[in-house]
Write a protein that binds this ligand. Structure first.
Ligand code: SF4
Length: 385
């Protein structure tokens, strides 16, 4: 393991620790958010929206905060939404946060990650791209998603899933059809996000991204200084990435001042030298949100020690991953698809719905619920709860 990785978390939950998060864009305040929610036409079946109303009433009466109350990032995302779109967004956030706790399954997952490519130009110290049995060409794991497959995936997701992230095991901008992919998603989702290391941007691509309907762009950057950045993001060039992100922000401000796109700069917290204050000095000007996500040892998923975690993994009720070749997987900790839960076959319909509710996916969930996670490889070496 790299000497740069000095943290050794025993468990990992989704979300950010407050000390690892800095919001530069003022979110809508709670009072205005509640006013917007109260304007939604609520019908008898809208039990989720009713829960928001009850949660906010209790929040204003007793200062009772609870998981349902939208956090800062949620309130930035929902600021421009009204009526039916606001309702859809709130329902998605509820499902994302609460369904994994309550073990509720619907026809579709609350969120789907689609990887345009599994290829990456970086070899970060905390990433599975370092595993040559995964990232060498002959491994069979490397490739780019074809636009035809991508479109079929989006066709099934539209109207059934609100949150799509274009990213997973590779660098999305390496797929030469990424702009067509972004354009094909236009106005189909309420939370369309893309993660990128920022190395492949240029002026033309930035204009294309900003002209698309992308809601959030996440630049993966772990450090405020060149030396540490390049030690962590192996093959990365700090000056290049800095100038690309700066250019992205400048073009947005100059030519797309009405754009609602949220710019997040986000690293992985692998040691205690990294901190939000130093990130702030370097990056604050160019981002709405600065954050560190919690580290999990992905670079050695199959070699980690078997741990004692017995609680079910929340990802099994929250997210699904679609690889470039149509394979369906429950997570990217299992980057070699040992747990594979389906295939997307472009000749068939309802591939995602069938996979999400398949026997193989449900058997995996049952094992987690029945305290048998320790018998499942690599869940027994994974810290996600
Ligand atoms: S390896 Fe298992 S426990 Fe870890 S994220 Fe994937 S499904 Fe969850």
């Amino acid at each position: 393991m790299s000497e740069l990785i000095t943290v050794n978390p025993k468990e990992k939950q989704k979300g950010f620790f407050s000390e690892n998060l800095l919001i530069n864009r003022l979110p809508l305040d709670h009072k205005s958010t509640f006013e917007k929610i109260k304007k939604i036409k609520i019908t008898e079946n809208d039990y989720i929206i009713k829960k928001y109303v009850l949660a906010y009433e209790s929040y204003f009466k007793n200062k009772n905060n609870n998981e349902i109350i939208p956090g800062d990032i949620d309130r930035i995302e929902l600021e421009k939404l009204e009526g039916e779109n606001l309702k859809r967004y709130l329902e998605y956030r509820y499902k994302y946060k609460i369904y994994p706790n309550e073990k509720i399954l619907e026809d579709y997952p609350p969120c789907v990650q689609v990887e345009p490519t599994s290829v990456c130009n970086y070899r970060c110290v905390m990433c599975y791209q370092k595993d040559r049995t995964f990232s060498k060409k002959s491994s069979g794991h490397m490739g780019n998603m074809k636009l035809e497959l991508f479109k079929k995936i989006v066709d099934e997701l539209e109207g059934n899933v609100e949150a799509i992230t274009l990213a997973s095991r590779g660098e999305p901008m390496l797929n030469l059809e990424i702009i067509d992919m972004l354009n094909y998603c236009s106005n189909k989702f309420l939370a369309l996000k893309m993660n990128t290391n920022g190395s492949m941007l240029n002026e033309k691509k930035i204009h294309k991204i900003l002209s698309s309907n992308l809601n959030t762009i996440v630049f993966s950057v772990d450090s405020a200084d060149k030396e540490n950045y390049e030690k962590i993001r192996v093959n990365g060039n700090f000056e290049k990435v800095y100038s690309n992100i700066k250019l992205f922000s400048e073009i947005k401000n100059k030519h797309y001042s009405d754009s609602d796109i949220i710019i997040r700069i986000s690293g992985v917290k692998i040691n205690n030298i990294q901190n939000i204050d130093s990130m702030k000095d370097q990056w604050q000007e160019y981002a709405d949100i600065l954050a560190f996500t919690n580290y999990t040892p992905w670079q050695s998923s199959y070699e980690n020690e078997i741990n004692k975690i017995s609680s079910p993994c929340s990802e099994l009720w929250r997210r699904m991953f679609l690889w470039w070749d149509g394979k369906i997987n429950p997570c990217d900790f299992d980057y070699k698809t040992v747990l594979k839960t389906g295939d997307f076959d472009i000749k068939k319909s309802h591939n995602i719905k069938k996979a999400w509710n398949s026997e193989i996916y449900n058997n995996l969930r049952t094992k987690h619920l029945e305290n048998s996670r320790k018998k499942v490889n690599p869940c027994n070496k994974c810290i996600m709860i």
